[in-house]
Design a protein around this ligand. Structure first.
Ligand code: ZN
Length: 422
């Protein structure tokens, strides 16, 4: 139990405090722990605490949703969030040897906003902000299934699920929704709004959520004392054998992450292939660290993960084309944040990615809008915040964004207002 508490404490410290340290060893180790926080805790420690439960499949859950399947006259709406996909690295600086044919093709048939700023550099704030269309100043887990959001320093915190969001709007519009979530336990927050919901990649354990980690971390801090936990974390990180141990765990981390990607890809494809579902939201754990795949002669890295993300999009398109739903589909693809060097520290660092990073601005995410029945390439170069995702998705859901001009008008308006409706 002590190991769990210490690990949980270290996890939070890695996220919040250790990144500020100048010491290179600590920076590298803290980078590893940030990666460990969603992965190792879930795969190694949390498994021991978890209560086994089976996940609903999309087909199973849809079959048990209330009412008869709706006619899908408006066309399916998809919102895909690829965690950590970076506009510059994926589409402006990507080496020719790294192939993303599905993304390249879609970008040649869609509205591509090229200067979209990430909402935040951490998933905890970025995903809720995009779902509600407002900048989130602070996000605090309040138990295992509730996230408190602060939009400014003078107003009290409010529950994420109580703020009007894309899921509540979909429900109001009668859209049958599928959520395929990662990191945030979306099913606990929004499961009641949906026909089917999968937010755990593990078949026998708790989702690797910040909620549970944070609750454990708070427990560790309360038990031992925040300063003691902090001091212990520093002492441990300065021991080289801990770094060695963490490196030895990298295969475990990669394996757990690969399982999450597989599981969520399957859940997404089930939802996309179900004609009763007409709004699909998916938050996918690629190209987020660690690198996956089996390249010869080197460790897998961020660019390998971009290719995996591309294969997910290719599968989504194939599934929609096979069911005759591609042409009428409306889709937004974006990311919660861009590439984060601190999370790709050793042992996940890559020489070829390091070379690409020279001179990058950072902090820009893809923003690709597929308009139903339209296949022209349109580029939108005005500066925009990724918060615009909310208004675009809501416009797709309510049918007001069915033409390129209508989408561009919304983007221009949001650009002029800084992207937020506050
Ligand atoms: Zn993220």
């Amino acid at each position: 139990m002590l190991a769990i508490l210490v690990a949980a404490g270290l996890s939070t410290l890695a996220v919040s405090d250790l990144l500020r340290h100048r010491n290179a060893t600590i920076r590298a180790a803290s980078g590893i722990l940030v990666v460990l926080s969603p992965l190792l805790l879930s795969s190694v420690f949390l498994t021991a605490l978890s209560v086994s439960r089976s996940l609903p499949t999309a087909a199973h859950a849809a079959a048990h949703s209330s009412g008869t399947p709706r006619a899908n006259a408006a066309g399916v709406v998809l919102w895909l969030v690829f965690d950590e996909m970076d506009e510059e690295l994926a589409f402006e600086r990507r080496p020719a040897s790294v192939r993303m044919p599905a993304f390249d093709r879609l970008r040649s048939e869609s509205i591509v906003a090229s200067d979209v700023r990430q909402v935040a550099d951490r998933t905890l704030r970025a995903v809720p902000a995009m779902t509600v269309g407002r900048t989130v100043l602070k996000a605090d887990p309040a138990g295992r299934s509730a996230l408190m959001l602060n939009f400014d320093s003078s107003s009290p915190a409010v529950l994420w699920k109580d703020v009007p969001n894309v899921f509540s709007e979909a429900k109001r519009l009668g859209r049958s929704t599928a959520i395929v979530g990662w990191y945030h336990p979306c099913c606990r927050e929004f499961g009641g709004e949906t026909a089917c919901c999968v937010s755990s990649p593990h078949s026998g354990g708790e989702p690797p959520t910040v909620w549970r980690q944070y609750a454990l971390s708070l427990g560790a801090s309360a038990l031992i004392g925040a300063q003691a936990v902090h001091g212990l974390g520093i002492a441990l990180l300065e021991r080289s054998d801990l770094l060695g141990t963490l490196k030895a765990q990298s295969d475990v981390i990669r394996s757990a992450h690969a399982a999450q990607v597989r599981s969520l890809r399957e859940a997404l494809l089930r939802a996309v292939g179900d004609p009763r579902i007409d709004f699909v939201y998916a938050h996918l754990p690629v190209p987020h660290a660690p690198g996956l795949g089996t390249p010869s002669g080197r460790e897998p890295d961020y660019l390998d993960n971009l290719e995996i993300a591309d294969s997910v999009l290719a599968d989504v398109r194939l599934a929609l084309e096979a069911s005759g739903r591609w042409a009428d589909a409306a889709m937004l693809i974006t990311a919660d944040h861009g590439y984060r060097p601190d999370l790709w520290a050793a042992p996940f660092a890559s020489a070829r990615v390091t070379r690409l990073l020279a001179g990058t601005r950072g902090g820009r995410v893809p923003f690709i809008v597929k308009v139903p029945r339209y296949s022209g390439a349109v580029r939108f170069d005005w500066s925009l915040s990724a918060i615009a995702a909310h208004d675009v998705v809501v416009g797709m859901l309510n049918g007001s964004l069915k033409t390129p001009d209508s989408v561009l008008a919304v983007l221009e308006k949001l650009s002029a207002s800084g992207g937020s409706r506050q």
